[in-house]
Design a protein around this ligand. Structure first.
Ligand code: NAP
Length: 249
């Protein structure tokens, strides 16, 4: 059964990893997909072609999610390209710049907050007017287990991901009366380029602490997003859905 037939979704950071997985699964469920990337233009164009092959409308946009004006311009362009409607926003773009508090620079703290957290404000504000006019919409923000429990060496990342939770609960309270929902997905250890950078010993440590004894895949996260983006979850808002193999249990 196609759960997103005819819906239009914007996904930030769709060129690789989790965002790419969400774009693929959304297209399989019939969604038209607009997605952004930062610099991977070849991968992004290849993905757009793959999604079009599934019979949906798909387009890649180079846009820096940390830039307020760029986010406004992006949404205006997507509205032109996708018949004036946006049903689902997935704020997925994110980066890490890990270091112990003792060593972390002010620049690395600020950059992670801008790309991971300010971007969520930028894009949510940019789609708000359209969703208010439609009187419906689903916003899904990508946090992390690290935003819930913290992690040594990731003060910047943990702060950005915890901030996303507070932001999302507040948006859920502000926009609920117009049937606009806002929820958070908190992935655990998902095998992508972001986690491929980690030391194998660290990875083994993470895996050992996961009750399901495996890392997750981008599709595991995408399936949770299908639920939150579809009619299956019309009475769910302001929630944090941990998709982590039981890591936080
Ligand atoms: P990834 O493989 O590193 O992919 C990151 C994506 O974000 C890429 O498409 C990248 O575009 C894009 N991006 C980066 N900076 C951007 C910017 N300023 N503007 C627009 N797009 C930008 O990461 P991932 O593992 O898929 O993670 C996706 C999200 O899930 C992130 O928010 C991450 O924090 C969160 N998460 C991941 C894990 C995990 O275990 N992997 C766990 C918890 C949460 P380019 O390809 O052009 O660089």
């Amino acid at each position: 059964m196609k759960l997103l037939e005819g819906k239009t979704a914007i996904i930030t950071g769709g060129s690789r990893g989790i965002g790419r997985g969400i774009a693929q699964v959304f297209a399989k469920h019939g969604a038209n997909v607009a997605f952004t990337y930062s610099s991977s233009s070849a991968a992004a164009e290849e993905l757009a072609t793959e999604l079009q092959g599934l019979g949906v409308k798909a387009k890649a946009y180079q846009s820096n999610a940390a830039d307020f004006q760029a986010s406004q311009d992006l949404v205006a362009e997507v509205l032109k390209d996708f018949d004036g409607k946006i049903d689902i926003l997935i704020n997925n773009a994110g980066i890490t710049k890990d270091n112990l508090l003792m060593r972390i620079s002010e620049e690395d703290f600020d950059t992670v907050i801008e790309v991971n957290l300010k971007s969520v404000f930028n894009m949510t504000k940019a789609v708000q007017r359209t969703m208010l006019k439609q009187r419906q919409g689903s916003i899904i923000n990508m946090s992390s287990v690290v935003g819930v429990k913290g992690n040594a060496g990731q003060t910047n990342y943990a702060a950005s991901k915890a901030g996303i939770i507070g932001f999302s609960k507040s948006v859920a309270l502000e926009l609920g009366s117009r049937s606009i929902r806002c929820n958070v997905v908190a992935p655990g250890f998902i095998e992508t380029e972001m986690t491929a950078k980690l030391d194998e010993k660290v990875v083994e440590g993470w895996r050992a602490g996961i009750p399901l004894k495996r890392g997750g895949s981008p599709e595991d996260i995408a399936n949770a997003c299908v639920y939150l983006g579809s009619e299956l979850s019309t009475y769910v808002t302001g929630q944090v859905l941990n998709v982590d193999g039981g890591m936080l249990t």
